[in-house]
Design a protein around this ligand. Sequence first.
Ligand code: SF4
Length: 219
Amino acid sequence: MVNFDKMIDNYVYKENKPPSIGRYWPSQIGSCIRKVWYSYKHPKEIDTELQKIFELGNIMHNFVVDVLKSEKNPHVELVNCELPLKLEKDGFTVSGRVDDIILLKEDGKYVIVEVKSHKNIAYVDEPSRAHMVQIMIYMHVSGIHNGIILYIDKNNLKTKFFEVEYDEEFAKKIIDRIKKLDKFLKENKLPPAEAKYDKKLRWMCKFCEYRERCEKDEK
Ligand code: SF4
């Protein structure tokens, strides 16, 4: 018989390429700086279950693209999707893809839309810090200073969204943070266990695949 689970596993499987120092992604930067450092120095295989979650995110984004470009929503125009953006600075590169750029026809406003699928948006009260960091870099590099972080529920397609205004100071702080990470990596110095000592970020440790290593290094 045909094994569909196996076929899906085969389909989503991607060979892991180790990340190269000096090249960063906006989606990493809001994470614990030590965790990102480990992901360069001690990269781990992304397992198939996680690949499937990423694939679900892509499927949800494709759905949002269909909604945005539909003639049934004539007040909005989808100007671009999956637009590659790059920032080259101080010997490092930050590159990523903007999910969507839309034009609100009524007021002629261009808006970046970053789409995040979620397992239960009832629990979403505010945008996550990592998503704010990501969209802020996109706004900084693209020059489009209006943003929306859109959460879409994987169970029922309900949404919650948060408007984000460009904040130049915040964008500069993010770039400084990338510079710091780059320096830690190039000098082979372990950064502080950021999430462990920050009440607001401590939850990250619970899901961190480097927790054991981090605890050992702390000792
Ligand atoms: S365990 Fe916590 S502090 Fe350590 S690397 Fe992971 S997220 Fe960062």
